[in-house]
Design a protein around this ligand. Structure first.
Ligand SMILES: [Zn+2]
Length: 152
């Protein structure tokens, strides 16, 4: 039974976001807009992990995390892995990858940026990996990932 490997209560259908950097689960929950979600969500913070010492975990019933959402999760927590569950079985599992380019989903903090003034769709490129920084393709300002807000 593959579900034993999760070391968490199983969910029937949905996505488990495992190996989230400890303390980052709430930020991940925010970009996924989980507070307004109608489905069952379980968030675990500072759980013991053999691999990481401590980790956070989020389990979402009846929702499949999209590639775009996975990319945003990677920016917050590059160690996160996604486990897709169908009828208590693991059907797919992968570690998120930090994207080189992020379209639309990051709001530029620069209020004078054309993306805010004229509502142009945002485009950011990865400017640094450790710590993670992104650069607005329009105003060309760089921001740490902690400084930007996500929108889906
Ligand atoms: Zn900008």
């Amino acid at each position: 039974m593959k579900k034993d490997k999760l070391k968490v209560d199983p969910i029937k259908n949905g996505t488990v976001i495992d190996h989230i950097t400890a303390g980052k689960a709430l930020q991940v929950a925010e970009i996924l807009n989980i507070s307004s979600s109608e489905t069952e969500v379980m968030v675990g913070i500072n759980l013991f992990s053999q691999k990481m010492g401590k980790k956070d975990i989020i389990k979402i019933e009846n929702r499949e995390i999209t590639q775009e959402e996975a990319n945003s999760i990677a920016l917050i927590s590059p160690t996160a892995s996604l486990i897709f569950i169908n009828d208590y079985e693991v059907v797919k599992k992968y570690t998120v990858e930090i994207p080189q380019e992020i379209k639309r989903h990051i709001i530029c903090p620069n209020t004078n940026c054309i993306t805010n003034v004229e509502g142009v769709k945002t485009k950011f490129t990865l400017a640094g990996k450790s710590p993670i920084e992104v650069k607005c393709s329009y105003c060309e300002k760089k921001y740490s990932i902690e400084e930007v807000k996500f929108r889906f």
